[in-house]
Design a protein around this ligand. Sequence first.
Ligand code: TRP
Length: 383
Amino acid sequence: MGSSSPVSQSTPGPPSRGADAAVRREVVLTGDRPTGPLHLGHFAGSLRTRLALQHEHDQTILIADLQALTDNAGRPTDVRRNVLELALDYLAVGIDPTASTIAIQSGIPELAELTVLYLNLVTVARLERNPTVREEIALRGFGRAIPAGFLLYPVSQAADITAARATLVPVGSDQLPMVEQTNEIVRRLSHLAGRSLLPECRPLLSDTPRLPGVDGRKASKSLGNAIALSAAPNEVRAKVRAMFTDPGHLRASDPGRVEGNVVFAYLDAFDPDRATVQDLKASYRRGGLGDVALKRRLEDVLDALLAPIRVRRRELAGDSSAIEGLLRTGTARTRETAAGVLRDVREVFALDLSTIPVGGDWDHATRFPENVGRDTTHEEATE
Ligand code: TRP
């Protein structure tokens, strides 16, 4: 399970002063694109880690709606709707808004400006080399018609991470290139500034192997082979019954394969009774354990996990104004940190407007540009 290791991975801090000084508090930033409901793969891979991290560290979870638009520009209202659904998923699994900050990317315009500035530190060749983006481009069949925003989303992700001054980024292995690119930008920026401006970050990889879809392929929304955290009981049951097991295991008495068997992958991820799972594997291999009995156990395990999530989700969904309030607060808090970072980065690029000799009140000049350059000293007197 990925729930206990993350908290013990931080580098040694200052000498212990009391019980909780053993773990150095770090700034953690993670995020998701709001492109659909979270599923059991997210739970095993990232949500459990976040639940474990939230009380030990300063964790921000970013709902990356701008990033979602980079390949969903044709479906803006879907992205918008999924923002709230994603927040519901977080809260339903136990993300505690008093411990974690949940923020919406598009509510933090500083991120867009940071992205534009960081783009000066990155070449097109470097963007094209990012292995995850390459893979995604191939998968989406963009060919040469790559949305420019999509190609540069790793830079916007660098803005997300650095705007929080994050040092720890819990991610799946597909996101490692983003962390690497972020640190490259941080180093270039420090070089330009002549001092260390922003902290570099470390990835925190989940130790849970990627959970397959019910058909044994990679879990994906478009294939419909994942089990959503919000799935109704009969849907969960139907998906478990459809799970790929071992095609050679025809009768209960036949010996069966455990490797590549989706039911065992899910039991490994979610059955709290490890010893019994080991016994089940042994008897499945030996022959004598049927798929139906095995699947019934998994149904019970998933029901125990999902029932309370479902209940909590229903409670929360009834009070969407409370969730909106919480998102507003989280976004405002994150924005404050981002504004400080942007101030520093603007300074590195010599964009401190207070040093521009425009004469008079700069703020007035930016708001009423038609007046800039006009001598207004005597206007009031003559009117
Ligand atoms: N790219 C991430 C994903 O697709 C989502 C994301 C956006 C993210 N911003 C982030 C992850 C910042 C970690 C840190 O899952």
